[in-house]
Design a protein around this ligand. Sequence first.
Ligand code: FAD
Ligand code: SF4
Length: 324
Amino acid sequence: MKEFKIAQPQSFEQFNSLLAARKDGYYIMAGGTDLLDEIKNAIIDPEVVIDLMSISDRSPITETKDSVSICALTRVAELAESPVIQKYFAGLHQAALSLATPQLRNVGTVGGNLCQRPRCWYYRDPEVICRKKGGSRCYAFRGRNRYHAIFGGGICYIVYPSDLAPALISLNAQITISGPDGEKTMPLENFYILPQQNIRKENVLEGNQFLKEINIPLPKNGSKSIYYKFKERGTWDFAVVSAAVNGIVSAGVCKELKIVLGGVAPIPWRLKQAENFIKGKHLTEEVIRQGAKQALKDAKPLDENAYKIDLVEAVLFEAVSSIA
Ligand SMILES: Cc1cc2nc3c(=O)[nH]c(=O)nc-3n(C[C@H](O)[C@H](O)[C@H](O)COP(=O)(O)OP(=O)(O)OC[C@H]3O[C@@H](n4cnc5c(N)ncnc54)[C@H](O)[C@@H]3O)c2cc1C
Ligand code: SF4
């Protein structure tokens, strides 16, 4: 590992000035639980690491009249322990608790979780220069692809690994992106991009921008959210398939529904066809299974991951029936 410098801005203002002068070789670090792995595995070779956590003027999780705001620098453990999150957003609380280990949750941040890089084993292997790293081939396509995408692949079959992203999208979260030119807000759902749009990155952030804040509207009366994560091991693990569901069921009829899957596509994967099929109907086992089948029509599994189709159906059934 080559030596690098650490820059420690004390405020968002100083941080923005550093980003304005950002060159290749400058990297943002929050908790560092992912970034330091990327350095150790020689995937990136920074000249300067800008330490976001040296900023002291960060705000706590705050409830306003109609929303809850979360600073991107909030630790995942703080999110999981927050009484405000537990009161309004059960699905987000479950997602935060399902993530990694207590030690990693104590260090990793919400912003880092939403901006983390993919886990594809070819991408993480310093010896392999696949298409995502500037090479010409996707080694997963004809190689070992047990954990790869069944939706939205095409030129790169990563799955987006964040547990918080599907939960936050299902709750209609908005984000604030900050940079030298000011701030803008957008739905978190529009933050992620497919490899076809730009194979080298996973979100819309430009080099001199960062994710500053997440805002979640307070839930409507009667709405319920859940995060259901299927992982291979009882101890820490990334999701093989997960489902974040948020909806309203009244007198057995599904009035509102939003479903976002994790572990199946290069971005958190919204199931609009399934939502539209289920909405307005009595939430029976048959309706949920038919809804899942609608969504799975678009699935294109690789040689080793067709098992994810059955898994999506099972996870959806568990998650959607539990909001009834
Ligand atoms: C053993 C292990 C298990 C894990 N298990 C899970 C899991 O089960 N589920 C899961 O979701 N994740 C998991 N992770 C992934 C990850 O480490 C955590 O999700 C953590 O929350 C990342 O936050 P961080 O602050 O440490 O990010 P960092 O490592 O500091 O940053 C990660 C990336 O995001 C960028 N970044 C960080 N903050 C910002 C920001 N505010 N704006 C713009 N870019 C930013 C960095 O430049 C870097 O590229 C695991 C990691 C490890 C090592
Ligand atoms: S899935 Fe993407 S990251 Fe993995 S080998 Fe293929 S191009 Fe590389």
